[in-house]
Design a protein. Structure first.
Length: 468
């Protein structure tokens, strides 16, 4: 199946190619289905799964949106909502999403979610039921998971509807099956368990989410988790919170549905970014970019601060450097993912996002003057930013091409007002001292393989690069 050049430039979504014997939807994406409650938009769909977006007609505020599939799905993840985790447990084909953090999860949407079918293209978008009710209040939610693959470490958090500044709280978390290596990320607290399935969490600050991590013994989805206050739990596994039960790792699995390397589906991306409320993380279904994260910041920074903020998002590569960078857009595929990301962020367009390119003028060797991608060594490089000839831009997409030296050194991806097509998107010069929202990009293949750039000519530029 080949896409013509004209179709590539008008295609809204990042579409992965499929084998010729697979059946794919005949309609160009995105498609929209309207209801009395809102609009369900199909961003991407193939025989394995899809990416959808729901826009309620009215904000849900402290309410709930219910997403019901006609049958169970193999995978569900949302990046701009939390999964409601109140009792009682719901049926496995129902996902209740809430706007837990209003700064990163606007109650007016759009709410984007990704699914994998259990069977090839087993239902159509018009069979998905979504209903939002602002009066359907919630008490507890969890950060959507899984986000990674191959029984790797799961990271999630408990987010209550009401935060208690200055108070300490305790929770009980019930998983549908046993988990391995459960631990609290931050804040530090205490926990106990008798069965590696129900965990009592004690004395954690009530002014924010409680991050936790674990590993699967049997896979399950985030809608199967129940969270309660300690005083809502009829029985506990330990009567004395000052002496929590010692955690013992278990490898016990359910013989009816064991997860093994032979039968577990590989989920992408295969690595995980650091938890941070400043970013909205998304993926691109395009085959060449399926193992990458794109994080759009909510705060604006200048170029120097943005480079360091992206590096702080990790994860670390085997050589100890960060796998996260202020976005390098080194191919048209990646550029189309960036366009797609910006288009669905704001359907009206007019978006400017800082990327990791910088114009360097080399007075010693004019041949080395030009645009380079910025890399950041972090602690191993004593906090230096690096430009090199090997980082030169082999792919460019400036809206205005000129051979003259630019008046500003930084670069931003730009989508103009009411822009509807990739041809209306491109890069612009911006001042490196001005503040913009920005995009971090994590290539999980680099993290998994330990690949790193070999600098043929390294120009070490200290953190004062943008302040002199």
């Amino acid at each position: 199946m080949a896409l013509s050049k004209s179709r590539l430039f008008t295609f809204f979504a990042c579409i992965s190619l499929v084998n010729s014997n697979q059946q794919v939807p005949s309609k160009l994406l995105p498609t929209e289905i309207s209801s009395d409650n809102g609009i369900l938009r199909t961003i991407y769909l193939d025989t394995d799964g899809g990416v959808f977006e729901y826009i309620p007609y009215k904000p849900i505020y402290d309410g709930t949106c219910q997403i019901r599939f006609p049958e169970n799905v193999k995978f569900f993840d949302t990046k701009n909502a939390h999964i409601r985790a109140d009792a009682p447990k719901v049926e496995s084909n129902l996902f209740r999403i809430v706007s837990a953090n209003s700064k990163t999860e606007p109650s007016s949407g759009p709410f984007q979610f990704t699914i994998y079918f259990k069977n090839k293209l087993s239902f159509q978008p018009n069979e998905i039921e979504v209903f939002c009710d602002s009066s359907d209040s919630w008490q507890f939610s969890v950060y959507s998971f899984p986000q990674s693959s191959d029984n790797s470490e799961i990271q999630t958090n408990i987010y209550p509807s009401s935060l208690n500044n200055g108070a300490f709280v305790s929770y009980t978390v019930e998983f549908p099956s046993r988990v391995n290596n459960f631990d609290l990320n931050k804040p530090n607290g205490k926990f106990s368990t008798d069965n590696n399935k129900t965990f009592n969490i004690f004395d954690v600050p009530g002014d924010g989410p409680v991050w936790m991590k674990f590993e699967y013994t049997n896979s399950f989805l985030s809608n199967e988790v129940i969270v309660r206050n300690q005083d809502q739990t009829e029985t506990t596994t330990n009567s004395n919170p000052d002496f929590p039960t010692e955690y013992v790792s278990t490898t016990t699995s359910d013989p009816e549905s064991p997860v093994t390397p032979d039968n577990s589906q590989k989920l992408y991306p295969t690595c995980m970014h650091e938890p941070n409320d400043n970013f909205r993380w998304s993926t691109c279904p395009k085959e060449t970019n399926k193992n990458e994260w794109y994080g759009v910041s909510f705060r604006s920074e200048n170029l120097q601060a943005a480079v360091q903020a992206c590096a702080d998002m990790g994860p670390l590569k085997p050589d100890g450097t960060s796998g996260s960078k202020l976005a390098w857009i080194d191919s048209q595929d990646t550029d189309m993912c960036m366009y797609d990301l910006m288009h669905w962020m704001n359907l009206e367009g007019d978006e400017t996002l800082l990327i990791g390119a910088y114009y360097e003028e080399n007075f010693i060797n004019e041949a080395l003057t030009g645009y380079k991608w910025i890399d950041y060594e972090g602690e191993n490089g004593n906090g230096t930013q690096l430009l090199s000839y090997s980082n030169s831009l082999n792919y460019q997409n400036f809206l205005e091409n000129t051979s003259e030296r630019p008046s500003s050194n930084a670069v931003a991806a730009y989508l103009g007002p009411n822009a509807k097509y990739f041809a209306e998107y491109g890069w612009i010069e911006v001042n490196e001292y001005d503040s913009f929202r920005y995009v971090c990009r994590i290539d999980c293949d680099e993290v998994d393989s330990g690949w790193s750039i070999g600098f043929s000519l390294v120009l070490v530029i200290g953190l004062q690069m943008l302040t002199v």
